[in-house]
Design a protein around this ligand. Structure first.
Ligand SMILES: [Zn+2]
Length: 185
């Protein structure tokens, strides 16, 4: 990857990948690659404390996308949403974006998602949506916190990489340790 992308991403490393992607008009993958190139120790981050916290959040139904910033703030650990999803799967936590027990099985399913937006993650209003923006709704429709995922959608898809993987995932994880990158393909 051209180092210029990494240089563009560098000043925004404290933000979640989705926000950086929206800000710079990059794909989540490009942001993730840039982050890895800037922080070579990204894979060596987990501590038992951080893992326990993430698993508790995942069990409570908090979207991994919204855990990236607090993980960084609380524990100084930088992970991509996909890395969090992978870790939760390996820990046996079924990652949900929707209501408990009601999983998204088709791209039209996620009409309401009670996942609260994390502070610092700015969601888009419906009036701000453009053709290349992720259509994943977050929060309860009508509430003041309701909005759409701030990431850029994958080309030809209504959702970003993370939400595309969730919209099209089967109800049960099929493999013991599925790789979210492959799920998204
Ligand atoms: Zn999204």
């Amino acid at each position: 990857m051209p180092s210029t992308i990494a240089e563009k991403v560098r000043p925004h490393l404290h933000l979640p990948d989705v926000q950086i992607a929206a800000l710079l008009g990059l794909t989540l993958k490009a942001v993730g690659n840039a982050r890895r190139s800037l922080l070579p120790n990204i894979r060596a981050g987990w501590t038992a404390e951080a893992k326990t916290w993430i698993i508790a959040q995942g069990k409570a139904g908090v979207s991994p996308m919204l855990l990236v910033a607090p993980l960084h703030e609380k524990f100084g650990i930088t992970k991509t949403p996909n890395a969090l999803i992978g870790m939760l799967y390996r820990a046996g936590v079924s990652v949900r974006f929707g209501r408990a027990g009601k999983r998204a099985t088709s791209p039209r399913a996620p009409t309401s998602s009670p996942t609260p937006p994390a502070s610092g993650t700015r969601l888009r209003s419906i009036y701000q949506l453009e053709s290349n923006h992720c259509r994943w709704p977050i929060g309860d429709v009508g509430s003041k916190d309701f909005g759409f995922c701030p990431a850029t959608s994958m080309s030809g898809r209504p959702y970003c990489e993370v939400h595309n993987a969730h919209a099209y995932q089967s109800p049960q994880p099929r493999r013991q340790a599925p790789n979210p990158q492959q799920e998204a393909a």
